[in-house]
Design a protein around this ligand. Structure first.
Ligand SMILES: C[S@@+](CC[C@H](N)C(=O)[O-])C[C@H]1O[C@@H](n2cnc3c(N)ncnc32)[C@H](O)[C@@H]1O
Length: 301
């Protein structure tokens, strides 16, 4: 890559939350301590007592939900790659998560895993890998990608355009969509579905925090969202009402099939912490073409 001319959209206060979730992965044994950053540790220390109290008194824990989310997406990636050993996995907004390295250990030689994020986060991650002397070899790359950019070197279009059309593709993002307006999310989904349609076997896996108007603990949830908004200095809009609304939104953006997975009903293959109250997020597994090999595990509505 040549010298990149960064625009304002190539930096985001949302990157701070990537340091926080990075610390959550470290504390929960999903990432080595080398991935821990001072920013992440500070946020974690500030939020931990609040999250502990919310867990004790209200049965709601952001940390528990984050771990559930991370593990569920791990399982969907591993399931897809097990069925398609030559698959490409493109992770958008990877932050300081160690997922790529962790999962590559469990995947065969034919897989390719591309981690992407905004340029500063990518530079940080590459520096950490370098300090640790880790390289995933030909199976792994880290590249800048700004999902808001439609043209140019770090656009989604360019990054997907460089992938192999003859191989299956799973695109994943975690902790990303809820930071943008609904119009931005819809535009992103439309662009992504058009790009995915060029791959016969394709998936997009992400998570959505729906409004869930009947959620038993609306006040606690509002407080949690305010907290995240304060941290990121930007709004966290809840775009969709419930499972059906999420499915409708994805379908109208060009996805042929959509599975909305409630983690409370998902049969995890590994031990995952449980929350007292029902979960507040959903993992969405979707595809543009017909699903030839849909995993019955994920077919719960
Ligand atoms: C909440 S963090 C999640 C990081 C990681 N997926 C995880 O779960 O630990 C959000 C990530 O989105 C990235 N991000 C923000 N705006 C972005 C954009 N326009 N394009 C790509 N990534 C973006 C941030 O840099 C940050 O790493």
């Amino acid at each position: 890559m040549g010298v990149l001319e960064k625009t304002d959209t190539d930096r985001s206060p949302v990157s701070l939350t990537g340091h926080y979730t990075g610390e959550v992965w470290v504390r929960n044994g999903l990432s080595p301590s080398a991935m821990s950053t001072r920013t992440g540790r500070n946020f974690y220390r500030a939020l931990r007592p609040l999250d502990g109290a919310a867990n004790r008194w209200l049965g709601i824990s952001l940390e528990t939900m984050l771990v559930q989310r991370h593990r569920l997406i791990d399982e969907l990636v591993l399931g897809f790659v097990a069925r398609h050993p030559g698959a490409q996995v493109l992770e958008l907004a990877c932050g300081v998560s160690d997922r790529a390295r962790r999962l590559l250990d469990e995947m065969g030689d034919e897989v390719t895993y591309i981690e992407t994020d905004l340029p500063d986060m990518v530079a940080h991650k590459l520096a950490v890998y370098q300090q640790q002397g880790w390289s995933g070899g030909a199976r792994h790359r880290v590249a800048p990608c700004n999902i808001l950019r439609e043209r140019g070197e770090i656009s989604l279009e360019r990054v997907v355009g460089e992938l192999d059309r003859e191989r299956p593709l799973m695109v994943i993002s975690e902790g990303l969509l809820n930071y943008f307006s609904r119009a931005t999310v819809e535009n992103f989904l439309l662009r992504l579905s058009a790009l995915l349609s060029e791959f016969a076997e394709n998936r997009y896996v992400t998570e959505i925090w729906p409004r869930l108007p009947h959620y038993p603990g609306v006040a606690a949830r509002k407080t949690m969202i305010r907290l995240i908004e304060t941290l990121t200095r930007q709004e966290v809009p809840l775009h969709f009402t419930d499972n059906e609304d999420i499915a409708r939104g994805f379908r109208s953006a060009g996805f042929a099939w959509v599975r909305v997975i409630n983690p409370d009903h998902y049969a995890f293959t590994s031990e995952v912490p449980a929350m007292g109250k029902p979960s507040m997020f959903r993992v969405v597994c979707s595809g543009v073409n017909e699903c030839f090999d849909c995993d019955p595990e994920t077919s719960a509505p």
